[in-house]
Design a protein around this ligand. Structure first.
Ligand SMILES: Nc1ncnc2c1ncn2[C@@H]1O[C@H](COP(=O)(O)OP(=O)(O)O)[C@@H](O)[C@H]1O
Ligand SMILES: N[C@@H](CCOP(=O)(O)O)C(=O)O
Length: 302
């Protein structure tokens, strides 16, 4: 049996639309076993328990890329990552399926190959890269070869992340449909300058600089309208000297707090204000995608 564990992600990270993302400590686990009786999928909503399942689709893509026959499998999913909440559930499914295909055929897929195939499936790299590599990642596709180019950045340990997860979904497809198709020079300059300096603010833990730089003009103004509580949550975050952005395509709002004390007070206050939401501090995941081959309850190799 192959076990794959993948962290959730917080993509865009304010001003890093479609390029910057962070792996966070909510995990999904996937178990792949041979099942001669045919495809069987458990542990996810019934609408995903068929051959269209995204994890299975990615597994098939990996097998085909390797030119190997698609094995008949039982797939069991145990997920902490909520669906359509901007925490990368689709990226998690895709990277897990690809990784399992690689492991199934003697670790035949490198991380770089998994990344390239995952971007093809997801359409943008900002959530799949951190789900594979962990930490804070920035990625773009090379103009000529179309190869992913990535850099990893440090995040100061003093900064604390609190995920405000609403009780309603927003699908990435719908959230992309509300975006304009063009932007002007002034907006591009605003965004590029802030994104570059925000990476430094995250590295140094400079919460004032973080607040100055984390001001997106590319997607948040349009998507905030899909989250009625956006303004209230932002005000509350700022009252605790934090900085808030829409995680991925929403609906989760991510607050970056300057220290542990502020994070603890903020989480309690936010939970009282939004009793139906799940509000958790999340740590940064530094490991990314992990796999194990297990036989008779024993881990044979990782
Ligand atoms: N456990 C799962 N099994 C199969 N597909 C899943 C699972 N979790 C998420 N998905 C797929 O991912 C989609 C949600 O992705 P998306 O709209 O990008 O939101 P997000 O990635 O922010 O959670 C679902 O509609 C479904 O297709
Ligand atoms: N850059 C993408 C990120 C989507 O992330 P997800 O976690 O919501 O899947 C976008 O903003 O559309």
């Amino acid at each position: 049996m192959i076990k794959v564990k993948v962290p959730a992600t917080s993509a865009n990270l304010g001003v890093g639309f479609d390029c910057m993302g962070l792996a966070v400590s909510l995990y999904s686990e996937f178990y792949f076993e041979e099942n001669p009786a045919g495809l069987e999928i458990n542990g996810c909503p019934s609408e995903y328990q068929n051959e269209h399942n995204l994890v299975y689709q990615a597994f098939v893509k990996g097998c085909k890329y390797l030119d190997e026959p698609v094995p008949s499998i039982k797939l069991t999913i145990a997920s902490q990552v909520p669906v359509a909440r901007g925490l990368g559930s689709s990226a998690v499914c895709i990277t897990a399926g690809l990784k399992a295909a690689g492991v199934w055929f003697n670790n035949a897929l490198s991380k770089e190959e998994i990344l390239k195939l995952a971007i093809e499936m997801e359409g943008h790299p900002d959530n799949v890269t951190p789900s594979i590599y962990g930490g804070l990642c920035v990625t773009f596709l090379d103009d000529e070869a179309g190869e992913p180019v990535l850099a990893q950045y440090e995040v100061s340990e003093s900064l604390k992340f609190a995920a405000l997860i609403p009780d309603y979904p927003i699908s990435t497809k719908e959230a992309r449909a509300v975006l304009p198709t063009t932007m002007n020079y002034a907006t591009a300059i605003h965004q590029v300058s802030r994104c570059t300096i925000m990476a430094r603010a995250l590295e140094t833990g400079d919460d004032r600089l973080l607040h100055q730089t984390c001001h997106d003009l590319i997607h948040e103004p349009y998507r905030a309208k899909l989250i009625p509580e956006y303004g209230q949550a932002k005000k509350m975050t700022e009252a605790f000297h934090g900085t808030m952005y829409i995680s991925g395509s929403g609906s989760t709002l991510m607050a970056i707090m300057p220290d542990q004390e502020a994070a603890d007070f903020f989480v309690a206050e936010a939970q009282a204000a939004f009793p139906q939401w799940k509000i958790n501090e999340v740590a940064i995941d530094h490991d990314g995608l992990q796999s194990e081959v297990i036989e008779r309850g024993e881990v044979l190799y990782r």
